[in-house]
Design a protein. Structure first.
Length: 286
């Protein structure tokens, strides 16, 4: 298998595993901090175990190599995790996932204003279109729809947190994201241990929490950390947009949560602008 095909399958599989995440969170129905504890514990433990099985003693060196950058990733992941869970619990699933798809926009802004890197003109046009799309989604929430402005804002915080994570990884070329995300999971677990109202899980929620903690979160995170090693960024970004399509669709089909006209219009603007920008970047790369 070529490197491109390997990266394609890793990324696509990661997106497919991640797509039911919001639906499972809704079905679990746990407080944000309680669910964050189990998500973090599952991600940290499963990824650490996988590294130990595949790398043996080399896994210890991998964890040591993470350094301060890994701790910064852990902090950003914790902020993004709690804001994501808050958003899922307080606004439409489509609002959350459409806004999360804007993460490349925040990455471009960090690259320009923090790292001093040039940003192509088409990216500025994409940023303007994406902000307009977010505005349409927010108008639906403010206009008495099912959405909630604070939930929408929490999704923006999540997108920014993940943009920070990838910015750190981009600056630290030798940093392996896989052990870094394991540390991030344990970091989130430790923080939520002191803030959760309780760690018990009702019997009816156990199957959903097990799937989230042991399959969806660690599996998707590991695969999506490995995929970009073999694929150009534009390809990764295009595939990642599929989650913003599949995730709301699953919630709509299972929970009958119709996104509403404003959300669909805003989501179309956001996803369309990002897709066109990524296609243009892919053309330039090739």
């Amino acid at each position: 298998m070529s490197d491109y095909a390997k990266g394609l399958w890793l990324t696509l599989t990661g997106v497919l595993i991640l797509s039911p995440d919001v639906l499972l969170i809704r079905l679990a129905g746990l407080p944000e901090w309680t669910l964050m504890f189990w998500r973090g514990a599952g991600m940290g433990a499963v990824i650490a175990l996988w590294l130990l099985v595949t790398q043996g003693r080399g896994a210890i060196a991998a964890f040591k190599g993470v350094g301060l950058a890994g701790l910064a990733i852990g902090l950003s992941y914790t902020i993004g995790n709690v804001s994501f869970l808050y958003s899922v619990g307080h606004t439409l699933a489509a609002n959350t996932l459409f806004i999360l798809a804007t993460m490349p926009v925040f990455s471009a802004l960090i690259a320009r204003f923090v790292l001093g890197q040039p940003v192509p003109g088409r990216t500025w046009a994409t940023i303007a279109a994406v902000l307009a799309g977010i505005g349409l989604i927010a108008m639906g929430s403010a206009g008495g729809g099912q959405g909630d402005l604070l939930g929408d804002l929490a999704a923006v915080v999540t997108a920014l947190s993940w943009a920070v994570i990838f910015a750190i990884a981009g600056q630290k070329k030798t940093l392996s994201m896989v052990p870094a995300m394991s540390i991030a999971g344990f970091f989130a677990m430790f923080v939520s241990l002191f803030l959760a109202p309780g760690l018990s899980v009702p019997a009816v929620s156990v199957p959903f929490v097990v799937i989230i903690a042991l399959i969806v979160t660690p599996g998707a995170t590991a695969l999506l950390s490995l995929g970009p090693r073999y694929l150009p960024p534009a390809d990764v970004s295009l595939i990642m947009l599929l989650e913003a399509v599949f995730g709301p669709l699953l919630v709509w089909l299972v929970l009958a949560e119709f996104p509403g006209g404003w959300t669909l219009a805003g989501g179309a603007v956001v996803l369309g602008a990002l897709a066109l920008n990524n296609l243009a970047a892919l053309r330039d790369d090739r």
